[in-house]
Design a protein around this ligand. Structure first.
Ligand code: TYD
Length: 344
């Protein structure tokens, strides 16, 4: 595992992984392969581009020729696939690109891995399990029951990866991550959206009653989880990565407000997301059995993330004043204009 192709390495989790991996494995070589969409940004690795063992290829993960050529020229031996469209609300507004990037893109990587004899690690999500009723925690053998176009595309990719192990014996592993928080997360996602809105003194649009439950895990714990699977995981196996503890969105919002010294009056309940999954919850014992454990409590992870946005306005201000405004308008204008938002 000396030469890694990290697809989506300029995105949120991908860039955190690249930074972590290069610090821990300075002798390895990392080629970031990224389409540089709105969510994949060179700035996410601003401190590392001078590093001689890091390079960037700008390209689409669904471009078989370019993926193959990039792997051949760089003598890649492991692909780590973070490349994905990841936002549920965006998948409701415009779902087709999710199939193209998440399903076809993963399929292309599998084909290249098969042709060139490479190992592939695929980064999946807890959303493939669908809504989890109170009292249950998803285990890796649970059936997949995705409920949004985003989750359905990730479930399809996840199953293609498993099919390539069964059919071709391709050396693959999969991690299914919980909601991640930390530096460089695009402000379309809940924690950075609420943090940056609070910093700007704007209202925080909480969908429905805000009692949906999520495991807000620190992105660094996801990176160590993936590293553990890369070093000690068994081929063909799936591993859940999260803290195993959830909180409600309202609890998360309160941590953000408290950390930033802002008032609860900024909370605004707005019309819910269609098909909104009420609860995600994963059992992470299988990964723990490989010697991994999370280093952050979810409350601390949310607070730390909120502080990062307060300290790094240089990173998010250009995003918020750019094309993001059109998305924000489309997603929230009507919700925020409603005279009688739903009561909690
Ligand atoms: P998000 O960060 O979009 O992640 P996911 O939908 O993949 O879990 O949202 C996290 C939670 O926050 C989810 O329950 C939806 C909720 N949410 C809001 O209440 N308001 C918002 O504006 C956003 C973006 C999310």
């Amino acid at each position: 595992m000396k030469k890694l192709l990290v697809t989506g390495g300029c995105g949120f989790i991908g860039s955190n992984f690249v930074r972590y991996w290069l610090a821990r494995h300075p002798a390895s070589k990392v080629v970031v392969y990224d389409k540089l969409t709105y969510a994949g940004r060179r700035e996410n690795l601003h401190d590392l581009w001078e590093t001689p063992n890091l390079s960037l290829v700008v390209g689409d993960v669904a471009d078989l020729e370019l993926v193959r050529r990039t792997c051949q020229t760089n003598e890649i031996d492991l692909i780590v696939n973070f490349a994905a469209e990841t936002h549920v609300d965006q998948s409701i507004l415009g779902p087709l690109v999710f199939t193209e990037t998440n399903v076809r893109g993963t399929h292309v990587l599998l084909e290249v891995a098969r042709e060139l004899g490479l190992r592939l690690h695929h980064v999946s999500t807890d959303e493939v399990y669908g809504h989890i009723p109170e009292g249950h925690q998803s285990v890796e053998t649970d059936p997949l029951a995705p409920r949004s176009p985003y989750a359905a595309s990730k479930a399809a990719a996840d199953q293609l990866v498993q099919a390539y192990f069964i059919t071709y014996g391709l050396p693959v592993t999969i991690t299914r991550g919980a909601n991640n928080v930390g530096p460089y997360q695009h402000p379309e996602k809940a924690v950075p959206l609420f943090s940056t809105n609070a910093i700007l003194g704007e209202v925080l649009p909480v969908y429905g009653d805000g009692r949906q439950m999520r495991d807000y895990a620190h992105v660094d714990d996801h990176c160590t989880g993936i590293e553990t699977v890369l070093l000690r995981g068994e081929m063909g196996e799936v591993y859940n990565v999260g803290t195993g503890r959830e909180m409600t969105n309202l609890e998360m919002v309160e941590i953000v407000l408290e950390t930033l010294g802002k008032d609860r009056s900024l909370i605004r309940h707005v019309a819910d997301r269609p098909g909104h999954d009420r609860r995600y919850s994963m059992n992470v014992d299988k990964l723990r059995a490989l010697g991994w454990a999370p280093n952050h409590d979810p409350r601390q992870a949310v607070a730390e993330a909120a502080r990062w946005y307060a300290d790094n306005r240089w990173w998010w201000e250009p995003i918020r004043s750019g094309e993001f405004r059109q998305y924000y308008e489309r997603q929230y204008a009507e919700r925020l204009a409603e005279r009688a938002p739903p009561k909690p």
